[in-house]
Structures are given as structure tokens and as C-alpha cells.
Ligand binder design. Structure first.
Ligand SMILES: [Zn+2]
Length: 797
């Protein structure tokens, strides 16, 4: 099959330089007139009024993650039609977000007429003979169909428009095939007031070039693919739509799980339980630009899915191959694992083009960010001093590549339809769809080991989810019963799924936290706090290579200092916590379960341990060994806060304290504390939470050491700020605001008390706190004017 397509591509490419339409047997013929910078489409009469899929990919990037314009970034997949209107052909898009599945023709019409369809382009007809209509499509394809200018404007990089005089069509990448037509536009943008990122990373910020690759693809045959109903317990991305033909007992909402078409070659054998090859396997190709050793890591991690598909009854269902020589990676027939560079760290992603009618995944371009392994190496290198001569169990490259295998499996998992599962790390690494933090173990003698840092294979949830999405059934009834059994098995085996929106720092389910390892967040924090202590106590110049500038220790030490930050985030979620399931009536799951009071209190205490001066202090030896960034250095690799030339250990501690205190006193968390206590008096009150925070900070005895005093003041400042924020928070509930305000009054009274003799800086803070609380009650509080500490951002591990 592949060989045939390649032969066709060679033949068709030969037509192009001759200026002839390569329309023979093509879906849509395409011809570039380079002399006049024009692009003509040759539409067979039989293709008019037929649905096609239009895909757009940004072939070249801006080199900056924040601009949202990456090499290989996928745009929309739209079902379009060419419609003739007099001397024009229009490109029309129907609205697949609204349907009337069970309605008659009049009902369908009411549905489609209630919401707008769209006309994307108008092409003047040049000629119409022999059953072929030739149209001039230059204006459309030399325009910013991808939304590059919007992206630049949104990220404050200036006002951009395509300059057609500096734009053209890439003839070699513009081709027509029997089932797809490829068009490659090279667009120069004229940018007024180019922003700093564009000026820094474009050759000239006023004239950046972006290439947009368009594909028109024949839609797959409806026969042989059954849309699979979405189930909130199955963890799939979906194609959702309004179905206005539902009765009054419905919701008008419906949706399908997005998935590939996978049909057993021998259905009889498949149903007998024999592992069976699919009619068409899912094949991904490696970008030829991926270097060693990443290439083998990507291949191996990708091939984990081939094993997982065996759980769904398929053999050789998933393949990772090298891209054939001469193939265009932008050609719609290839699923790509793409290698993407940026000027700094950024995410890798696994998007896909799905048929909006059915949820059938048709194509994907996975983007793997090259920086990620530098981050993993940073984490490894920061631990090297603590390892001493015996090492960490793995080399830096071994660690980075074990992460890359998992990472590739993760991004490919998205392109198989799977969403994140952020509870998997606490369930014996049940899914590659979690965000993993390296599991670093430490023995009683303080020896660190990274040899089990990342899972070496996909997990139990991955198998269950792939069975849900890909198990093949001969009919609708077998499918309904089979899927129910799979979901029931997951519940029985306690293979859980928690999605993105419930895994944030303000969440209520501790186990659903990103970048953690451990059965519970208590386990995770206990281990990571010890690893952090061991690594901090030993940290020195061995964290960089001989000959490297010492300022780079800043980058390495930041990871050590914040090593426990994600576990802390998880522990904080016990406070006001509630476990829950995406339950469906009859499935036997307990929909909600508040976290017991003892666990909430233990978590509160552990979180406050983390902001004690002893826990926040940086060893003097470390502070002394980090110089300022030299003239040849890169300030973006200096991650510790500074007072000019000097590492600022107080601002560093204040940043960590801000994460902890703002997490504990989060608006919805405090609201949960109030309403949960009202339902169960055994659970902590809001007063108890606030009292604990004040007892361990403002009301705690003054430490003797001046550095500890400075760190304590930083934490007190953070507590004061956060309490003033909540008391003045218009979105917080009445009880939350009032109880927090009341504790501010109590604090103010305490501060009025002179008490024991204090250091001058402590007295100054207490005076400032009294003034700020008084201003708050006078209605003169300005949150933007209060001194804040910044949370230290680190790139994703
Ligand atoms: Zn992801």
C-alpha cells in the first residue's frame, strides 16, 4: 500500500514543474503558476457538493512556546464542501456541532437552520470544461487562514498581516493524490510594533515567515466504523454536539469517544479470543530530524501501545516506523512524531484530526519538545553531590531517556483518544497518561537511587481504557454489554480515572495531583522532603561539570530546593478535601466522600512544617558559591531570586511560603472547610485552620538566629497578605470573608501588645501589619501595593 502511494507521489510530482494540473485521478487537482504567484484548483465536477476534510498545520514555528505558534502545530479539522454559485465556487462549512439524529427531514432542517453554517472562501472560476472546473484559489491560500496574526496579537507581539508580494507557494510540497490534496503556502507577515519575543527569536521581527500546510482529505467510508458513545468513566477525548431530536427526558447533549478505526482481519478468530491483526494498523512515523538517542527512546515508548492493544484483542495494531525517504512529513497520509525546538522550555503535545461527524481519528502530528531532557538532566545533576562516588543508579542520559519513553507513550496516548489520568501515579503507576515526577528513593543511610525513576511500560488503566475504546464488537447489543463489562471491571479493580479539571492546585482530591509519586500524598511528601534534605545538605559544585560557569548552580539548586513542591500541593488538598467518582446511576460507586478530619489535621500540620524557618533555610555554603550571571551567561538559566548580584534566600523562602499558604487558604478550599464542617462537626472549622496557621507563624516564638528570623518574617508577611486577600475577596463566601476578617482583628489586638523585646525588623513588620489591617477595615486596602513574594517558576519536569 505504502509503496504504491509513493510511486504515485513521484509520478504526480513530475507534472508540477511543467505547470500542468496533476488532477488525473486526484481528489482535487492543484497547479501552481509560479510566474504569476497563483494557485489554481481543478475540481472534478463529481467532487462538487461532496464533504471533504480540510486540515491546516503550521509547518514552521515562532520558536517560543508562549506564542502558541510551533513547528508542526495542528489547526482545525473542518468538514467542507465546494459549492458552485454562478461564476464562483464557494468553500462551505456545515455546522456539525448541532444535529437531529433521530429526526425526519423537516426536523433535520429545523436543526441546521437554527444555527449558522459558514462560507470560508470564494474562488472565481477560470474555466469549466471536460467535467473539470478550474478556480483561482490564490487569495485564500495566500491569506492568514491559520490565525498567525491573531496569535501574535494575543501574545502582544504586534500587529501582523500577510504581505502577498513576499509570499509564495512551495511547488515541491503542493501535490494531489487520489485521496488527499496538499497545498503548502509560505507566508511573510508584515508586523508593526513587533514584540520582544518575536524580535528575539525571528531573523527580523518585522518580517517573520510562517508556512501553512493545507490538506484536503477524502472522508472515510461510513461503513465499518461505529461511533462509540462517550462515557465519563472511560477517559476519552470526545466529539460532542447538540442532538436536538432528543425527547424532553434528554439533555440535548451527546457525544462520541474519539478513536481510530480498528477492525479485526478475521472477526471469527477475534471473537474466539485469538489475537488478530487489524485490517489497517495504526502507524506513526518518526520525524527524520529526531537524533539519537531520542529516536530509539521515542520508538520504544511508542511501541508500548502495541503491547497495550493486545489487551483489546489485536496483534501488531500499533507501529512506529521511520518516515520513508522522500516523503513529506506534512502529507496528510502520515501520522508524525515531530521534533520541535524552542528558545526555552515548553510542552510537548499530542493533538489529532478527527472526523467531526463520527469521532474517528484520521491523522495526528505529535510534537515532542527538545528542551524537556535538559530539565530532566537538571534534576539528575542537582542530586549528583548527594550521591557521592556510588552514583544515582542511572546516568543522566539513562534517566532522560527513561522519561522520554514514558513521555512519547503519553503524547501518543492523547492521539489514541486518551485524556490525562492524574490519579494514576498513586495507583501503582496505572497509566502513562499521568504527569510523572521521577521516583527517587532514599535508604536509611541517605543514599539516593533513581533506577526506578519512571515506569518502564504502560499500566493497568491504559489497558482498560484501550479495551474500552478499541474492543471490536459485531453488533450494537454486544458493544453495549461489552463496554459495560469493561467499565464494571475497572470499578471492581479500583482502576480510577481523574481528569485535568480536578487535578489543579485548588483541587479537593489529594491523589489527583500532577508530578507526584507515592500511594498517598503523605507518603509522597515524607519521601520527597527527605530527598530534598539529603540533596540540600550535600549540594555543591559537583552539580555542574568542571569548566562550567558556577552561576549555573542556580538552575540546579532551584530544583533541589523545590523538590517537594508537588507533594506539598497534594498534601494541602486533604484540607477541606473530598474524594469523588464520575459515578453513573447503578454502577455502585460512592459519588462523594469527605476526607476524614484526622487526615485533614495531619495535612495542615505537615504543610505548616514546610514553612518553618528550619525547613526553608538554604545552607550558607550554597549561598556563598553562586555568583551573578556573567556577561556571556543567560539570565533565563538563573532561576533563584536575587537582590542584584546576590542570591536572595528570603525571597526564595517567601516564594515557597506563598505556594503553601495561598494553597491552604485558597478560596474554594476555605469554602469547603466551612460547608463540610456544617455537615459533619468532626471535621475542622475554618477557625481551627486559621488558628493553626497563625499559631505556627505570627504567634510562634521568635527564633534566635537572624536568618531564621528573616525567613519567619517572610512567612508572616505571606500569611498577612493571604488573609487580607481572602477577607477582601468579593468571590469568597460570606462566612469565609467574615471569619478571616475576624482573625485579622484578633491578630491586630495581639500586635498591639508590646510583648517581649523583639528585633527591630520584627517590630517594623508588626507595625506595618497593624497599619495594613487598619487600612483594610477603613476600606483603604490596596492589594496591589502590598509587598509580595513571587512563586518560583520551574519548567515542567
Ligand atoms: Zn498530556
Amino acid at each position: 500500500m505504502l509503496r504504491l502511494l509513493r510511486a504515485a507521489s513521484v509520478v504526480l510530482a513530475l507534472f508540477l514543474p511543467l505547470g500542468r494540473a496533476n488532477a488525473q485521478g486526484a481528489l482535487i487537482g492543484v497547479r501552481v503558476d509560479a510566474d504569476r504567484n497563483r494557485l489554481m484548483l481543478e475540481i472534478p465536477a463529481g467532487q462538487l457538493d461532496r464533504d471533504l476534510l480540510h486540515q491546516a498545520v503550521l509547518a514552521t514555528g515562532a520558536g517560543v512556546s508562549a506564542l502558541g505558534l510551533d513547528r508542526g502545530q495542528t489547526g482545525d479539522a473542518t468538514v467542507v464542501r465546494f459549492e458552485r454559485r454562478g461564476r464562483r465556487v464557494l468553500l462551505v462549512a456545515d455546522n456539525w456541532g448541532v444535529r437531529a439524529t433521530g429526526a425526519d427531514a423537516a426536523g433535520q432542517r429545523a436543526a441546521t437552520e437554527s444555527f449558522p453554517r459558514a462560507v470560508l472562501a470564494s474562488f472565481p472560476i477560470e474555466s469549466d470544461s471536460g467535467g473539470r472546473i478550474v478556480v483561482d484559489a490564490t487569495a485564500f491560500f495566500l491569506s492568514d487562514t491559520y490565525g498567525v496574526a491573531d496569535g501574535l496579537r494575543r501574545s502582544q507581539q504586534g500587529s501582523a498581516r500577510v504581505d502577498a508580494a513576499r509570499s509564495w507557494f512551495d511547488v515541491a510540497r503542493t501535490k494531489a493524490f487520489p485521496r488527499n490534496t496538499e497545498i503548502h503556502a509560505v507566508l511573510t507577515f508584515a508586523v508593526d510594533n513587533a514584540g520582544p519575543a518575536l524580535r528575539r527569536w525571528a531573523a527580523d521581527g518585522a518580517a517573520p515567515v510562517f508556512e501553512i500546510h493545507h490538506s484536503f482529505v477524502a472522508l472515510p467510508e461510513a461503513a465499518g466504523f461505529t461511533p462509540r458513545k462517550a462515557d465519563p468513566r472511560a477517559g476519552y477525548f470526545g466529539t460532542s454536539f447538540l442532538d436536538v431530536s432528543q425527547g424532553l427526558d434528554g439533555t440535548y447533549r451527546d457525544g462520541f469517544a474519539n478513536r481510530w478505526r480498528l477492525v479485526p482481519r478475521d472477526p471469527a478468530a477475534y471473537q474466539r479470543g485469538v489475537l488478530t491483526e487489524p485490517v489497517t494498523p495504526i502507524v506513526y512515523y518518526l520525524d527524520p530530524a529526531i537524533p539519537a538517542p531520542y529516536r530509539e527512546a521515542f520508538r520504544e515508548g511508542g511501541m508500548w501501545w502495541n503491547t497495550v492493544f493486545e489487551a483489546a484483542g489485536f496483534r501488531n495494531a500499533f507501529q512506529v516506523r521511520d518516515l520513508p525517504a522522500g516523503a513529506d512529513p506534512m502529507d496528510a497520509r502520515y501520522n508524525l512524531i515531530y521534533w520541535v525546538h524552542r528558545g526555552g522550555p515548553g510542552p510537548s503535545v499530542g493533538p489529532s484530526f478527527a472526523d467531526p461527524r463520527t469521532g474517528e481519528i484520521l491523522r495526528t502530528v505529535v510534537r515532542m519538545d527538545s528542551w524537556r531532557s535538559l530539565i530532566d538532566y537538571n534534576i539528575w545533576a542537582g542530586l549528583v553531590p548527594a550521591a557521592g562516588a556510588q552514583g544515582l543508579g542511572v546516568s543522566g542520559e539513562q534517566l532522560a531517556m527513561s522519561r522520554r519513553k514514558q513521555h512519547t507513550a503519553h503524547e501518543i496516548g492523547h492521539t489514541l483518544g486518551l485524556s490525562h489520568n492524574f490519579i494514576a501515579a498513586t495507583q501503582d503507576r496505572s497509566s502513562v497518561m499521568d504527569y510523572p515526577f521521577p521516583l527517587i528513593t532514599v535508604d536509611a543511610r541517605g543514599r539516593l537511587d533513581l533506577s526506578q525513576a519512571y515506569a518502564p511500560m504502560a499500566g493497568g488503566w491504559d489497558s482498560l481504557a484501550i479495551r474500552y475504546g478499541y474492543r471490536w464488537y459485531p453488533d450494537a447489543r454486544a458493544e453495549r454489554e461489552g463496554l459495560q463489562q469493561i467499565v464494571a471491571e475497572g470499578i471492581r479493580r479500583n482502576l480510577r480515572f481523574v481528569a485535568d479539571q480536578h487535578a489543579g492546585a485548588d483541587g479537593s482530591l489529594p491523589a489527583a495531583t500532577r508530578w507526584v509519586e507515592g500511594r498517598t500524598m503523605f507518603d509522597a511528601l515524607e519521601r520527597t522532603a527527605i530527598v530534598r534534605r539529603v540533596a540540600m545538605d550535600a549540594f555543591d559544585e559537583r552539580a555542574i561539570q568542571p569548566g562550567e560557569p558556577m552561576y549555573l548552580l542556580s538552575m540546579r539548586f532551584a530544583h533541589v530546593y523545590l523538590h517537594h513542591r508537588y507533594s506539598l500541593e497534594g498534601v494541602i488538598k486533604y484540607v477541606g478535601g473530598m474524594d469523588f467518582r464520575y459515578a453513573i446511576r447503578g454502577d455502585g460507586q460512592a459519588p462523594t466522600t469527605p476526607i476524614p478530619g484526622a487526615e485533614q489535621r495531619r495535612a495542615l500540620s505537615l504543610a505548616l512544617d514546610a514553612v518553618s524557618p528550619a525547613a526553608l533555610a538554604v545552607p550558607e555554603r550554597v549561598l556563598a558559591m553562586i555568583p551573578p550571571v556573567p556577561p556571556s551567561g543567560d539570565p533565563s538559566m538563573d532561576w533563584l531570586p536575587r537582590a542584584g548580584t546576590t542570591v536572595d534566600q528570603v525571597a526564595l523562602a517567601g516564594g515557597l511560603a506563598t505556594e503553601v499558604i495561598e494553597g491552604l487558604l485558597d478560596r474554594t478550599r476555605l469554602q469547603r472547610v466551612v460547608i463540610q464542617h456544617a455537615r459533619d462537626p468532626q471535621l475542622p472549622t475554618l477557625a481551627e485552620v486559621l488558628q493553626a496557621v497563625l499559631d505556627r507563624t505570627w504567634y510562634a516564638p521568635t527564633p534566635a538566629d537572624p536568618n531564621a528570623q528573616a525567613l519567619r518574617r517572610a512567612v508572616q508577611r505571606v500569611v498577612l497578605n493571604t488573609m487580607l486577600d481572602r477577607a477582601g475577596d468579593a468571590r469568597a463566601s460570606a462566612d469565609v470573608r467574615q471569619v478571616v476578617a475576624f482573625h485579622l482583628e484578633l491578630l491586630q489586638e495581639q500586635l498591639a501588645d508590646a510583648g517581649p523585646a523583639r528585633p527591630l525588623a520584627d517590630r517594623a513588620l508588626r507595625a506595618a501589619a497593624r497599619r495594613e489591617i487598619a487600612q483594610f477595615f477603613d476600606g483603604r486596602d490596596d492589594p496591589t501595593q502590598r509587598t509580595r513574594y513571587s512563586v518560583i517558576p520551574l519548567p515542567w519536569p
